[in-house]
Design a protein around this ligand. Structure first.
Ligand SMILES: [Zn+2]
Length: 349
C-alpha cells in the first residue's frame, strides 16, 4: 500500500510517497481503508519536529481519518469489512480508571495517531477497534474527516472542560481555523452570543457566516478593548488554541468570573502571568487536551442532524501531501485541508 511518509523534519519537511507492506491487524485491531484524512496543526508540529516528544522517522502523519473497514482482527466481533467509520485519533487503553469512566482524554497510556504510530496519509491504517465510531447513514467521508478531530476538540472544550449558558458571551479565537469554525457553531447551538477574531477579511467573513455576531481583526492590537466595549463586561468564556501573546490578551477581555479554555501553543509556549487581576476577577484558566469518545459521537450526531457543518478549504490527493502541508502552513486556510488517499465511491453505485 502507498503511504505519504515524512522522512526528514523541517518546514517544509521531506515527504516520500512510499510503497509499504500491507498492514495486518492484531487480535483487537482493524485495518481501515482511508477515504479522507484531515490535516491539523499537530501534523505541522510533527513535520517540523517541534513537539516536546521525539517522533521516530519515517512516520506517516494524519489523525483525522474517515474510511471503510477492510479487515478485522480475530478478536473483533462488532466491526465488519465494509463498515464506514471515523477514527478517534487519541488512541486510549480502554482499561484505566479514566477510560472506564469515559474520560479517554486523560488516559495515561494514550498514543496519538500519526505521531506515536503511523496515521492516515496512506491508503490503509491499522487501529484498535475500540477507537472506531460508526458514520451516521448518508454521511460522506470528507464531512467526517473535516470534523472528527478539530470538531471534537472544540466539543470537548465547550462541553466537558467548560459550560456554556444561554446568553453567555463566548469568544472564539481564530474563527476560520478547524477548531474555531466548529467552536463558533457549537457555542451558537448552545445558546451563546459568539464573538470571534480572524486575521483576514475572508476569514472574518467565514466566521460571521458560521454565526459569530462580531468578528474582530486579530492584527489590530485593540481587539481586547473592542470585546470589552461590545459586551460591556468582557467575554464569559474564551475558546483559545493559539497561546503566546494571544492568551495574554484573552485575560484583558475576560469578564469577572470568566473562563479561558486553551488547547494550543502555536504562538508561544511561555506566557507571563499576572496573578493579581486573576484572583481579584476570579478568573479560571482551563487546559484541554484531545477529546473523549462521547465528543466524537456528539460531533457525528450533530453533523448528521445539520447542527454542525464542515468547512472544507481544499482537498488533495495522496501524492500531493507535501503541497497540502504547504497550504496549511501558509495560514491562508479557511476551514479544513483534507487528503483523499482513495477516490470516493459514487453514491449511485
Ligand atoms: Zn486508559
Amino acid at each position: 500500500m502507498k503511504a505519504a511518509q515524512l522522512t526528514g523534519h523541517g518546514a517544509p519537511g521531506k515527504f516520500e510517497l512510499r510503497e509499504l507492506p500491507e498492514p495486518k491487524p492484531a487480535a483487537d485491531e482493524v485495518v481501515v481503508q482511508v477515504q479522507s484524512c484531515g490535516l491539523n496543526h499537530l501534523d505541522l508540529w510533527v513535520e517540523e519536529g517541534g513537539l516536546p516528544i521525539p517522533v521516530r522517522l519515517p512516520r506517516t502523519p494524519g489523525g483525522e481519518i474517515a474510511g471503510r473497514v477492510v479487515e478485522v482482527g480475530s478478536g473483533v466481533k462488532s466491526w465488519h469489512p465494509g463498515d464506514e467509520v471515523a477514527v478517534q485519533s487519541n488512541l486510549f487503553c480502554g482499561e484505566c480508571e479514566f477510560c472506564r469512566r469515559g474520560e479517554e482524554s486523560f488516559c495515561p497510556r494514550r498514543e496519538s495517531l500519526g505521531v506515536d504510530r503511523d496515521g492516515g496519509f496512506a491508503e490503509k491504517v491499522v487501529v484498535p477497534a475500540r477507537v472506531l465510531a460508526r458514520l451516521p447513514a448518508g454521511m460522506d467521508f470528507d464531512t467526517s474527516a473535516a470534523l472528527t478531530l478539530a470538531g471534537s476538540t472544540a466539543m470537548h472544550m465547550l462541553t466537558d472542560r467548560a459550560e456554556v449558558h444561554a446568553g453567555d458571551w463566548v469568544l472564539v479565537i481564530g474563527g476560520a481555523s478547524g477548531v474555531g469554525s466548529a467552536a463558533i457553531q457549537i457555542a451558537k447551538q448552545l445558546g451563546a452570543r459568539v464573538l470571534s477574531t480572524a486575521s483576514t477579511e475572508a476569514k472574518r467573513a467565514l466566521a460571521r457566516h458560521l454565526g459569530a455576531e462580531f468578528v474582530l481583526d486579530a492584527n489590530d492590537p485593540g481587539w481586547p478593548a473592542e470585546i470589552r466595549r461590545i459586551t460591556g463586561k468582557g467575554a464569559d468564556l474564551v475558546i483559545e488554541h493559539v497561546g503566546g501573546e494571544v492568551l495574554q490578551k484573552c485575560f484583558e477581555c475576560l469578564a469577572r468570573g470568566g473562563t479561558i479554555v486553551t488547547c494550543g501553543a502555536t504562538a508561544g509556549r511561555e506566557v507571563p502571568f499576572q496573578i493579581w487581576p486573576f484572583f481579584v476577577k476570579q478568573h479560571r484558566l482551563v487546559g484541554s487536551y484531545g477529546r473523549n469518545r462521547a465528543d466524537v459521537l456528539a460531533v457525528l450526531d450533530w453533523a448528521a442532524a445539520g447542527k454542525l457543518r464542515p468547512v472544507i478549504d481544499s482537498v488533495f490527493p495522496l501524492d500531493q501531501t507535501a503541497a497540502a502541508f504547504d497550504r496549511l502552513r501558509s495560514r491562508k486556510v479557511l476551514g479544513k485541508v483534507l487528503i483523499e488517499p482513495f477516490e470516493p465511491v459514487s453514491e449511485s453505485d
